[in-house]
Design a protein around this ligand. Structure first.
Ligand SMILES: *Cc1c(COP(=O)(O)O)cnc(C)c1O
Length: 475
């Protein structure tokens, strides 16, 4: 095969070497930006270059700037790794190089999406026949869902937003929880509903939408309404009271309820966590990420809606009514904002099949157990406060330098501990502000994390805390 086989075999070795070292390398230590730039910033060659040299140089050049976020001790943001079958399927996805836009371009990609979508609907307990789109991430999933919502509520009001736009359209009231993720606002900004033109509903101490406040807000508005709730707060992991929210919204003549469950939706696939999302199926659309908790490689988000016709009308490149292709084939472009794109269904299919129902439930439950283990290990230490109820995989930690420290002193000390942990490299986690308080945020979302990873990480965090405390004492 024209010289490609040796290149690809060598490249597979490079990938395998990287992955074999992943668990042992420092996680996200600070990078020398200038050195990283200069190792890549060679003059663009005028003439072709040997691909093996290009790949070897690329791998060596980027190495200092790679973050071990796919490894077992990366607890920053909410980030998953790649289960083996998903990673392998991702390699094949590149080799197959299918265009997943049209059925005609890749019947295989179209059908893999169809089956993966059906499995996901079943796992999450959503209405059979819901429509699914495979997008880059939760941001585009929410964008797509809100565009479908926009279509539906305006169509009921006698307006075709796809044909006539928003100028002159009946106004839409958008209701979001105070703790909605920034990407919900980004989606509103992109679909012309305005990120500031929203009714914000107060949240409780865990970040859950307050039901009384929602009811008061809904009582004040009428006409087309879109409500965005959340399953899995990015700081606390908390869930909005979905059942009551769905009740409050479904009683209205023209309303659509969306649920952002970028990682929290996976709780629905776990018998012992399912009570967190009671009422989930009463919503109209859902966002989740496969590249977070399903542990497939980036980029992979999923949008699901109960209203296939609205979803189709909002996204299709063709007519704004629902068209079935002649033989009932599914054209993937009808359900996402893109036309040509990567065949994301293969990795999701492979991940779900390799884990199975029980393996998936175990992966999610295991991460939650790790989060509790981390919280318990840290909370025993002096001056440590866990700010949230650890109901999922998220832990918020605050470190006080001494008794009776002021809130500002605790913020400052916590910030220093986070920096020290990042320098240390045993694990990586970031900071956040929770209800005005600086905090360390721990998210456990990787399939390969073990109890031992949690123990060694908790020890490193406490060691860093002690080192920062020692420094703070004047000599
Ligand atoms: C991560 C996250 C998002 C954004 O997801 P992307 O995949 O980065 O687009 C949205 N909502 C919540 C709750 C999240 O945790």
């Amino acid at each position: 095969m024209d010289g490609r086989a040796p290149l690809l075999r060598r490249t597979a070795d490079l990938a395998i070497d990287y992955m074999s070292g992943l668990a042992d390398r420092p996680v996200g230590r600070p990078v020398d930006l200038a050195a990283l730039r200069s190792s890549l910033d060679v003059p663009l060659p005028a003439r072709p270059m040997d691909p093996e040299t290009v790949i070897a140089d690329l791998a060596a050049g980027v190495a200092p700037g790679l973050v071990a976020s796919a490894g077992p001790r990366y607890f920053g943001f909410v980030v998953g790794g790649g289960v083996p079958a998903a990673l392998a399927a991702d390699w094949l996805t590149s080799a197959w190089d299918q265009n997943a836009g049209l059925y005609a371009l890749s019947p295989a990609a179209a059908v893999a999406e169809e089956i993966a979508g059906k499995w996901l609907i079943d796992l999450f307990g959503l209405p059979a026949g819901s429509s699914v789109g495979f997008v880059t991430g939760a941001t585009m999933a929410t964008f797509t869902a809100l565009a479908a919502a926009r279509h539906a509520v305006l169509e009921r009001a006698g307006w075709s937003v796809e044909d006539d736009g928003l100028i002159g359209a009946p106004p839409i009231s958008v209701v979001v929880g105070d703790e909605a993720h920034v990407t919900v606002f980004a989606s509103l900004q992109m679909i012309g509903l305005g990120r500031a033109r929203v009714h914000r509903v107060a949240a409780d101490a865990q970040g859950r939408m307050r039901l009384g406040a929602l009811r008061e807000t809904l009582a004040k508005i009428d006409g087309p309404t879109i409500v965005a709730a959340q399953a899995g707060n990015v700081n606390t992991g908390a869930f909005d009271p979905l059942e009551s929210i769905a009740d409050a919204v479904s009683g209205r003549p023209n309303a659509w309820l969306h649920v952002d469950g970028a990682f929290g939706l996976w709780a629905a696939a776990v018998p012992e966590l399912r009570d967190r999302v009671t009422g989930l199926a009463g919503a109209d659309s859902w966002t989740t990420d496969a590249h977070k908790w399903l542990n497939v490689p980036y980029d992979s988000g999923i949008v699901i809606t109960r209203h296939a016709a609205a979803h189709h009308a909002a996204m299709t490149l063709g007519a704004s009514y629902y068209v079935e292709t002649t033989g009932g084939e599914r054209d993937p472009y009808n359900w996402v904002p893109e036309s040509s794109r990567r065949a994301r269904g293969f990795t999701i299919y492979a991940a779900l099949r390799s884990l199975g129902r029980d393996g998936l439930a175990d992966l999610i439950a295991r991460c939650c157990g790790h989060a509790r283990r981390m919280a318990d290990a840290l909370r025993e230490a002096e001056g440590v406060t866990i700010l949230n109820d650890v109901v999922l995989n998220q832990v918020l930690v605050r470190f006080a330098p001494r008794d009776n420290a002021t809130s500002a002193e605790i913020d400052e000390f916590t910030r220093k501990v986070i920096l020290a942990v990042q320098q240390d490299g045993t694990c990586w986690l970031g900071g956040t502000t929770w209800r005005g308080m600086g905090a360390m945020r721990v998210s456990v979302s990787n399939w390969s994390t073990t109890d031992a990873d949690i123990d060694v990480s908790a020890k490193a965090i406490l060691r860093c805390r002690a080192a920062v405390a020692a420094e703070a004492i004047p000599a």
